[in-house]
Structure formats: C-alpha cells, structure tokens
Write a protein that binds this ligand. Structure first.
Ligand code: HEM
Length: 324
C-alpha cells in the first residue's frame, strides 16, 4: 500500500530519500567554483603581465582619471599603445571583479553542498580584489608612488594565490600519503618567491636599476633583490631535491616538479638577462614578472596538493592514474 503524506513525513528514510532527490548535486557546485577560480587565476596572471607591460611602457598614467579613462568607458579618440595598455588593464580588472562577485554569489547559494570553508574563502577573494581596486585607484591619484605600486603587485599576487588555493583544494584528488615534509618545503618556497617578487617590484617601481647605474643611488634596493636570490633558489632547490628522492610521489606532484624546475631556471635566466641588458629589452622585464608569478602559482598548487596528500581516501572522485 502506498504511504500517505503523513506517513512519509514521519518515516525518516522516506524523508532522506526525498531530500536527496531534491538537493543540488554537491559535485556540480564544487566543479563550478573550481572552474571559475582557475579561470579567474589565469585572468589575474594575465592582468599582472599587462600591469608590468603598462609600467615598462611608461603607461601608468596614460588614463589620467579613474575609474573611467578620459571620462569615457572606451576612449577611442585618445587611443594609442599606452592608453590601450592602461585601459585594457582596467577592463581585465573589472571583469575579474565581476567574476569574483559571481563566485561569491554561487558559493553562498550552494553553501549547503560545499565544504564549510569555501564561502569564506570566496569572500576573502572578493575583499582582496576590492582592496586591489582601491590600490589601483591610488596608484593613479598618487602619481605612481613606488610603495603603492609595490603594494598593488603584492595584493595581486595574494589574490592570485588565494584563487589557486581555492581551485586546487576543490580538485578531485586521492592522495598517496608520501608527500611528508614536502608541504612545509613547498610553503616556505612559495613565501620566499613571494618575498623575492615584492623585492623585485620595489626595484621596478623605483626604477632603482637605472638610478643605481646612472647616479649610484638606490643601489641598496637592487642589492636587496640580488641577495633575495639566495633563499628564492635554495628553498625551491631543496624542495625539488627532496621531491626527486621521494618514492611513489603522486603523479600530479611529479609533473609539478618539472614545472617548478623549468620555471625557476627560466626565471634566473630572464632575470640575469634583464640585469645584464640594463632593462633595454622591455618584453624581457614583462616576461620576468610573468614567469615569477607562474613559479609562485606552481609552488602554491604543489603545496596545497602536498597538504592534501595525507587524504588517501577517495576525495570527491578518484584521479585517472594515481600509480607512480
Ligand atoms: C626566483 C627568482 C626571482 C624572482 C621571483 C624575481 C621576481 C621579480 C619581480 C616580480 C620583479 C618585478 C617586475 C615588474 O615590476 O615588472 C623583478 C624585477 C627585477 N628583477 Fe627579479 N626575480 C628573480 C630573480 C632575479 C635575478 C636572478 C635577477 C638578476 C640577476 C633579477 C633582476 C631583476 C631586475 C633588474 C628587476 C627590475 C626590473 C625593472 O626595473 O623593470 N631578478 N623580479
């Protein structure tokens, strides 16, 4: 005999079955947030490269007002390479802001089917991008003051790392339990590369290399970045050495080892080239920024995956090939 509505209400099993049928798919919500977080991270990486190009092209004040450019959303009549770089930088930043707001709305809407930490982390990303927009406005109104320009880079990198942490923590993943101390080494390496990027940002925003070579001024700022190479190389090199000696390392961590090694080598080469050629090849300076950010991002992803390596159960879904 069919259950009456009253019986169904009293019967907990029937209630659970009904609830399962009506609840949103938890995997779908995770997948959507992860998808968006990784795309926003890519957009941020691009934005940082465009920001560096804007600086080396002396285009930081090409749009004299903020948030519009010459009082317009699209300044056709004033358009040249410098205006385009600054205008495109703002456009990309605006799209990232909207995307982050969308991610917060999605996370709050699906909060019941997401891990509890996800909505607060999306809100943190929103706070960071709002602070970033405020710093962006200050760089214009304060006429590219070097400390604000450097803080603008530091905040962009923090936002980038937050998005990558969020996306990586939501990846379907089954750990192998072999990462051990690699998570600490990964975290320490990421901090060293972040610090080295800020030190580099100071050199760039103060035009310190030019000043040091031409006027023997601000050489301390340049030397700070050169000294920073020591921890920025020793820590990732120790991480890589240890990772290469770790048996049965997760396939994703093994692939990331190669990416980190390649990006570190490339960054040292590009940095050396930038220095030796006295910043005369502008795309090289932009590449130095872009590779530095990619290296930091790879270390963040490595660290999050190494932290999750202890979770040897099936997390969300198994990966395709977890065998060494
Ligand atoms: C892992 C190591 C390194 C990292 C993460 C790093 C990161 C950075 C970053 C983020 C900038 C700011 C770029 C910009 O504002 O557009 C920078 C600037 C700079 N870096 Fe590095 N760097 C590293 C190694 C080196 C090395 C080995 C050298 C040279 C021997 C070097 C020389 C420079 C110079 C000269 C600048 C100033 C560029 C300018 O004034 O436009 N860097 N670095």
């Amino acid at each position: 005999m069919a259950e009456t509505t009253f019986q169904q209400f009293r019967n907990p099993l029937a209630r659970l079955r009904r609830a399962a049928a009506t609840q949103p798919d938890p995997t779908a919500a995770r997948d959507r947030i992860r998808w968006l977080a990784f795309r926003l991270a890519f957009g941020t990486w691009l934005l940082m490269a465009v920001g560096s190009a804007t600086r080396v092209a002396n285009a930081g004040l090409a749009c004299p007002d903020w948030p519009l450019c010459y009082g317009q959303a699209l300044p056709w009549t004033q358009m040249n390479l410098q205006v385009f770089l600054e205008w495109f930088h703002r456009l990309d930043a605006g799209l990232l802001g909207l995307g982050t707001l969308g991610m917060v709305v999605m996370a709050l809407g699906a909060r019941r089917s997401l891990p509890r930490w996800v909505p607060p982390v999306t809100v943190l990303a929103l706070v960071l991008i709002v602070a970033q927009a405020a710093l962006g406005a200050l760089t214009v109104t304060e006429l590219l003051r070097f400390d604000i320009v450097t803080a603008h880079l530091g905040m962009a990198l923090l936002f980038f790392c937050t998005l990558l942490t969020l996306g990586t923590a939501l990846l379907p993943h089954r750990g192998m339990g072999s990462a051990g101390a690699l998570r600490w080494l990964g975290g320490a390496s990421a901090i060293a590369i972040y610090g080295q990027s800020i030190a580099g940002g100071l050199v760039g925003s103060r035009w310190a290399l030019h000043q040091c070579l031409d006027l023997a001024q601000l050489c301390g700022t340049v030397h700070g970045h050169l000294l920073g190479i020591v921890p920025a190389v020793v820590l990732p090199a120790t991480l890589l050495g240890r990772a290469w000696r770790t048996p049965a390392l997760h396939p994703w961590l093994r692939r990331l080892r190669w990416a980190i090694a390649g990006l570190l080598g490339l960054q040292l080469l590009v940095g050396y080239g930038t220095f030796r050629l006295h910043l005369q090849i502008e795309p090289l300076t932009v590449l130095h920024q872009a590779v530095g950010a990619a290296l930091l991002g790879s270390l963040v992803v490595f660290t999050v995956l190494a932290c999750r390596d202890g979770q040897t159960g099936n997390q969300h879904a198994a990966i395709a090939d977890p065998t060494p």
